[in-house]
Write a protein that binds this ligand. Structure first.
Ligand code: ZN
Length: 167
């Protein structure tokens, strides 16, 4: 297993649209393991392959308190979405920034598991928000881009300052 390097907004590579996984093989299973290790190390509750500069439709999520509920979604697709909630979100690619964005309240997601078997889950609350946030990454979208232009430019300035401080 390996800890992968996480891309930071506004890195252009975060705007690439990920390709579907054709075959769930050992290479994909290793990617899932490395992504999980990277997410737990960060620590975070979700990570999309796009964030580690692998442009395949793979996400890992663990919203459990005990950090023992790893969920991997390969080629995830939202097949139904209902309701609307404002949820405060952060992102490992946008460190230190937390903002509220609109999400569907209830979703049904279809995906493949690590054995290539299809499954479906219903999600609400934190898990639903997290799945939507990670699927956006696969489509090349970062959550702060849902905010007003003014907020986005404030965030960019703040990130530049933080970056200078850590150099
Ligand atoms: Zn994110």
């Amino acid at each position: 297993m390996a800890i992968l390097n996480i891309l930071h907004y506004p890195d252009e590579r975060l705007h690439k649209v990920a390709r579907p996984v054709e075959i769930v093989d050992d290479e994909i299973r290793r990617l899932v393991e490395d992504m999980a290790e990277t997410m737990y190390d960060a620590p975070g509750i979700g990570l999309a392959a796009t964030q580690v500069n692998v442009h395949l439709r793979v996400i890992v999520i663990d919203t459990s308190e005990e950090r023992n509920g790893l969920c991997a979604f390969i080629n995830p697709r939202i097949i139904s979405a209902n309701g609307q909630v404002l949820s405060e979100e952060g992102c490992l690619s946008v460190p230190g920034i937390y903002e509220s964005v609109d999400r569907a309240e209830h979703i049904v997601v279809e995906a493949l598991d690590q054995d290539g078997q299809p499954f479906q889950i219903e999600a609400t609350g934190l898990l639903a928000n997290c799945i939507q946030h990670e699927i956006d990454h696969l489509d090349g979208k970062v959550f702060v881009e849902k905010l007003s232009r003014l907020k986005q430019s404030r965030i960019l300035n703040k990130l530049k300052k933080n970056h200078r401080k850590t150099m």
